[in-house]
Design a protein around this ligand. Structure first.
Ligand code: TXA
Ligand code: MG
Length: 354
């Protein structure tokens, strides 16, 4: 369904004060039923008019996304909730007041005006108000709810720069707004509020510790579906966020992991594989000898940095021709939960316990 003659335009949009003319053009593109990729504070989104089923179907086609994976609807303001959801519980209003604009997606009962394609036929819809001046300006100017999954090809790492979007979607989308690097670099936390108890479907930019103000007992129970088939819960597909390279994910005591990484890296090298080492900056020293036979990339130091860098470094490894990426689980709370989730998915669920 992709139009191979489609020309993708890239327009720079200031992340502080988006240019009115650029936003007006992007809004007109959305209103015309076309696709616009835009920055949010989490990752870049691939947007279309959420009320236009044909436009929504173009998102699925452009991404190569299976029709059973529902799409998040973005709003300019929490006051628009009643226009897209019904039976809104008080907890949803409290969470929206506390965390929007921000990296929290609330799954609520869907309003009839939202087309079935957005929600993959479910009775629910995922909603959030993004905290990015470009995204908010676009939502206000378009004056429509905008459906937007991450702007990557299906199962590739989410894009945190316009260059990542272009690499995946050139010729598949009309317009990309380049607002620079996204700030968080991990997708939103998804919370389902349609059951008896609130359930975290995906850990993300808003840490569980922050949600506990409102839902003291909230935890995340990973449920990864092994194959590319419709999952019990949408969005739990295991193969996700994957670079082309194989990811080997190690866990265990720091020194033991380094020792094992070193010996496995040497073994892979002797089999003729291009090996990438991807670790927090504080753990790279043993691999930083001059003339290292490995591609060594740093994830950064703090959890904020690691979250911001992870997807970009996975893409870098692919660009640099790496066959096997050796990395490790990241300990800690807060954003570490989302980072671990993405690492486990990138490694297709395999953890090598040392
Ligand atoms: O930060 C984000 O959430 C970014 C930016 C662009 O907003 N969006 C994003 O969208 O990550 P996407 O489509 O890549 O991931 C959204 C996830 C999917 O795994 C989907 O299954 C789940 O949200 N989801 C969406 N609507 C849902 C619903 N009604 N019920 C359950 N899960 C839903
Ligand atoms: Mg995605």
């Amino acid at each position: 369904m992709t139009d191979s003659t489609l020309h993708t335009r890239v327009l720079r949009a200031s992340p502080e004060q988006p240019e009115a003319a650029v936003i007006a053009e992007a809004a007109a593109t959305i209103r015309a039923g076309k696709l616009v990729a835009f920055p949010t504070e989490t990752v870049y989104g691939l947007g279309a008019n959420a009320l236009d089923a044909a436009a929504v179907n173009r998102i699925f086609a452009a991404k190569g996304r299976p029709a059973f994976d529902p799409i998040i609807v973005h709003l300019a303001d929490a006051a628009q909730l009643p226009t897209v959801a019904v039976e809104i519980p008080p907890l949803a209003r409290d969470l929206a007041a506390a965390f929007w604009p921000g990296a929290l997606t609330l799954v609520l009962k869907k309003h009839a005006r939202i087309p079935a394609a957005i929600s993959a036929g479910l009775e629910t819809v995922g909603l959030r108000v993004p905290a990015h001046p470009v995204a908010l300006a676009l939502l206000r100017a378009a004056d429509l709810p905008i459906g937007a999954p991450s702007a990557n090809l299906f199962s590739r790492p989410s894009p945190t720069t316009a260059a990542h979007v272009l690499a995946d979607l050139e010729g598949r989308v009309e317009l990309i707004l380049d607002g620079g690097e996204t700030t968080i670099g991990m997708e939103s936390t998804i919370l389902n509020l349609t059951g008896d108890q609130p359930v975290v479907l995906r850990p993300g930019g808003v840490p569980l510790e922050a949600l506990r103000q409102f839902i003291p007992e909230i935890t995340f129970t990973p449920q990864y579906a092994a194959a590319d088939v419709p999952a019990a819960a949408p969005g739990t597909l295991l193969k996700h966020y994957s670079p082309r390279a194989e990811v080997r994910l190690y866990s265990g005591d720091d020194e033991a992991v380094v020792r094992r990484l070193k010996s496995d890296a040497a073994g892979l090298l002797s089999q003729g594989k291009a090996v990438g080492i991807l670790l927090p900056s504080t753990e790279l020293r043993p691999f930083l000898e001059s003339e290292s036979p490995y591609t060594v990339l740093s994830l950064g130091k703090s959890l904020d940095e690691i979250a911001g860098n992870l997807f970009a470094r996975l893409r870098d490894m692919d660009r640099m021709g790496v066959h096997v990426i050796l990395t490790r689980l990241i300990d800690g709370e807060g954003l570490a939960l989302a980072i671990r989730d993405r690492l486990i998915r990138a490694a297709e669920g395999r953890i090598i316990a040392v």
